[in-house]
Design a protein around this ligand. Structure first.
Ligand SMILES: [Zn+2]
Ligand SMILES: [Zn+2]
Length: 111
């Protein structure tokens, strides 16, 4: 049995798969991302705008986003059927065509 030469190509596309720890701040599923006062984790979302908390420029309280095991927006893309392929959510479409519903903490479509 030989070493598979195709192994090197497996990671060419980084699929967004379930991860039991946040890839940035390393908290476990169900824990809030680190650094609520000054941005901190760049995966965490602002719960008011749905966008990246690190780049949120509002003076409001961005809330305490929790790591769910999935990249922000992935679950929304799957619910809306906006997938480029298996494990590849169309996040660009999500952020341009959907609206953040702060009460439900979910991206929704207005139509
Ligand atoms: Zn994090
Ligand atoms: Zn914010």
């Amino acid at each position: 049995m030989t070493e598979g030469e195709n192994n090197a190509q497996r990671d060419e596309f980084r699929l967004l798969d379930f991860q039991d720890r946040c890839p940035d701040c390393d908290v476990a599923v169900g824990e809030t991302h680190l650094g609520t006062s000054d941005g901190g984790c760049d995966v965490a979302r602002c719960l008011v705008t749905g966008l990246q908390r690190l780049t949120c420029r509002y003076e409001h309280d961005c809330g305490r986003d929790v790591w769910t095991g999935w990249w922000p927006g992935q679950v929304d893309c799957e619910r809306l059927g906006w997938m480029i392929g298996p494990g590849l959510p169309d996040l660009n479409r999500l952020y341009t065509e959907a609206t953040w519903d702060a009460e439900r903490c979910a991206w929704v479509t207005t139509t």
